[in-house]
Design a protein around this ligand. Structure first.
Ligand code: UDP
Ligand code: MG
Length: 311
């Protein structure tokens, strides 16, 4: 019996692309030699995405839909899709056709060769702002330096994962989810396929700066304790600097007593410097603490309001 492939598509206000996505995706999947299902996740859209998705489901039983009660975010949306997908392998793909559906065929080939994770590497990104490209480049490299697991650079969530990886991911119940990092953490045989990331088919990015910053912080903070250790580094640095100034002050007092001025500027600088470092460290602690707080509450990760075509 041929395998079942589940394709998980998160949707947040994607009324302009949903039909094109559906038709391109199905035409690619028809050509693959396996059964497939498409699991759409409506992440609290406020436009016509939900009724349009329901229409598609009504006409095609292979398309399933989970709809959230509000916007929970992209990473949580793909988690919900994964939770409900029943395939032997799952592909995560964005709705906006920036990740070309044809690449899925290549991913299937590599999967059949025995790879458990086939991730897409963007060798080129078209039609994205200089700011986005630059911050993404810096982010993936910083992340690489900060974490002990190797999260490949320039990969998004566009990837195929085998059922055995899915089963492990389901055991990871963390709330601050950085799925691409979690997939790397799980291990297994992983390989890449390269692709050119196109421009969005229509509409605007659903990742404004605020979401991008939260996403980047989730990635770094859930996979690295180095920011916490920075506090000690800052502490050592400022202690070292203070020691030099102390020596300077004492020597000046002993050898040039007449020249010692009231010391306003050095005090001023020291107060600012220490104050700044302390705030930075408290902020870092706060970022971790906030996430610990989120975990400890143990709330469900998402709330599904409706499910369509799941039997
Ligand atoms: N998305 C989502 N919830 C959100 C933001 C985005 O489900 O809160 C979906 C969106 O519909 C798309 C995918 O995540 O399918 C990637 O978003 P987008 O293309 O806007 O991000 P970008 O490619 O600009 O980074
Ligand atoms: Mg996009």
């Amino acid at each position: 019996m041929p395998e079942l492939l589940s394709v998980v598509v998160p949707l947040y206000n994607e009324e302009l692309v949903i039909h094109e996505m559906y038709s391109q995706l199905t035409s690619v999947l028809e050509g693959a030699q396996l059964n497939y299902e498409i699991v759409m996740v409506n992440d609290g859209s406020s436009d016509k995405t939900l009724p349009m998705a329901k229409d598609i489901c009504a006409g095609d039983k292979r398309v399933k839909l989970v709809s959230f009660s509000r916007n929970f975010g992209h990473q949580i949306a793909i988690t919900a899709g994964m939770d409900r997908a029943s395939g032997d392998a799952i592909v995560f793909i964005d709705a906006d056709l920036q990740d070309p559906p044809e690449v899925i065929l290549e991913m299937i080939e590599k999967w059949k060769e025995g790879n458990k994770v086939v991730y897409g590497v963007r060798k080129k990104r078209e039609g994205e702002s200089f700011f986005k490209l630059f911050t993404a480049k810096v982010f993936y490299r910083v992340l690489r330096q900060l974490t002990s697991i190797s999260i490949p650079v320039d990969t998004g969530d566009f990837r195929l994962i085998d059922r055995c990886v899915v089963d492990q991911l389901k055991r990871m119940t963390e709330r601050s989810r950085f799925v691409r990092g979690m997939v790397s953490w799980v291990g297994f045989k992983q390989c890449k396929v390269e692709y050119v990331r196109h421009e969005r088919f229509a509409g605007e990015t659903k990742y404004p700066l605020k979401k991008m910053i939260k996403f980047a912080l989730d990635g770094i903070l859930s996979f690295s304790h180095i920011p916490l250790k920075l506090s000690s580094a800052f502490g050592l640095l400022s202690a070292g600097l203070s020691f030099i100034f102390m020596l300077y002050g004492v020597l000046m007092r002993i050898f040039f007593p007449g020249q010692v001025v009231p010391g306003w500027s050095s005090l001023f600088v020291a107060v600012l410097f220490l104050g700044g470092i302390q705030l930075v460290c408290v902020g870092i602690l706060g970022e971790y603490l906030g996430r610990i707080h989120e975990e400890i509450k143990g709330r469900p990760i998402y709330i599904a309001e409706e499910e369509v075509n799941f039997d």
